[in-house]
Design a protein around this ligand. Structure first.
Ligand code: TXA
Ligand code: MG
Length: 328
């Protein structure tokens, strides 16, 4: 079988997307599996490729802050301030949808998710596509539903390569994603921001930028697929563990992997998967390390999560959903 085309040329990627193909795109957070948001059959294929339930809404990626108004109406003033400060960047805004945001994108909800990604190739692609009347790209993370998100073109190829090759779809290779965890999702349909998914843009960033307090998410918040209990999971069993407990592990840990800050020593017998120096590096390397564990067929990964109220919250959120067990 022929393997999927991996490109670095934005014009070819734009031509494929305009012709109705899918293209995995690099962003600063994770790779997305993109389709022309205005092409219903291409959008439908994104769900097929991922094995994603069709009522799970997608994020529309646009070239510029000004384009948000094509998709969202009545954006609250605090949200206008926020997107102008952060975009391009790892933030998604969920607001009241315009007629452009069709049911196949929003899962039938009256809100739509929009973001401007901070990756030079993605931005060049999005702005070129406007010349072909493509006003936005839907792009969920380019992994099978429930699995770990890809942070390199190789991860996408490993997971979706066969499906993409079979359909003449392509991968745009923009190197390794800098942030490494998915964007912060903020509901922007009221007086106060509500965080639906934590990410690199933190609660205190949002409050500092907008001068408005972040409100607690209510039970009736819109659906977020990443909010399902089991998500972002590798094949290996993920076990969360404290640094002290790690030192007193017995023989049971043979063949296990370790994801922890560099300052935490590797117990004898564990296979170290990454050596991040900071929480940001931890986030950037987390999914790669999980992919690596699966590549090595490790049955278990022990993870010592960094503590803190910044990006550590996003790390803790993803780990809680990936983990099947917490070591008491
Ligand atoms: O960083 C990211 O956001 C990456 C890159 C590729 O941009 N994308 C991403 O997409 O993580 P995905 O589909 O894996 O996650 C998007 C999340 C889903 O959990 C979805 O439910 C939520 O956004 N979402 C989309 N539209 C929504 C809406 N109208 N209301 C609430 N949540 C929404
Ligand atoms: Mg995802």
């Amino acid at each position: 079988m022929t393997s999927v085309d991996v490109l670095t040329d934005v014009d070819t990627a734009a031509a494929r997307l305009t012709a109705g193909h899918l293209c995995a795109i690099p962003t600063e957070t994770v790779y997305g599996l993109a389709a022309n948001a205005g092409d219903a059959s291409a959008v439908a294929r994104v769900f097929v490729a991922k094995g994603r339930p069709s009522d799970h809404p997608l994020i529309v990626h646009v070239a510029d802050v000004a384009n948000v108004y094509e998709w969202i109406h009545d954006l609250p003033e605090w949200a206008v301030v926020l997107v102008n400060a952060v975009w391009p960047g790892p933030l998604t805004i969920v607001g009241l949808r315009t007629a452009l945001a069709t049911d196949d994108i929003t899962g039938g909800q009256d809100t739509v998710a929009v973001r401007v990604p901070a990756h030079p190739l993605a931005l060049e692609l999005l702005s070129k596509l406007r010349d072909h009347n493509v006003l936005g790209l839907v792009a969920p993370s380019a992994n099978s539903f429930g699995h770990v998100s890809p942070t390199t073109a190789q991860h996408v190829k490993d997971e979706l390569g066969d499906y993409l090759a079979m359909n003449g779809d392509v991968i745009l290779d923009g190197g390794q994603c800098e942030v490494g965890v998915e964007s912060t999702i903020v509901l922007a349909a009221g007086d106060q921001p509500v965080i639906l998914r934590p990410g690199a843009i933190t609660k205190s960033d949002i409050e500092r930028i907008t001068g408005v307090q972040v409100a607690e998410a209510k039970g009736n918040a819109p659906r977020v697929s990443g909010a399902l209990a089991s998500h972002y999971a590798p094949v290996a069993e993920v076990v969360l563990i404290d640094a002290e407990k790690l030192e007193s592990l017995g023989d049971e840990h043979k063949d296990a992997g370790l994801i922890a800050l560099e300052s935490i020593p590797t117990p004898v017998g564990l296979s170290r998967l990454c050596e991040p120096k900071t929480s940001s590096e931890f986030a950037a390397q987390l999914y790669s390390a999980m992919h690596e564990a699966d590549r090595k067929n490790l049955p278990v990964i022990y993870v010592v999560a960094p503590a803190g109220t910044g990006i550590e919250q996003a790390i803790a959120d993803r780990l809680a959903r990936a983990a099947t067990r917490v070591k008491e």
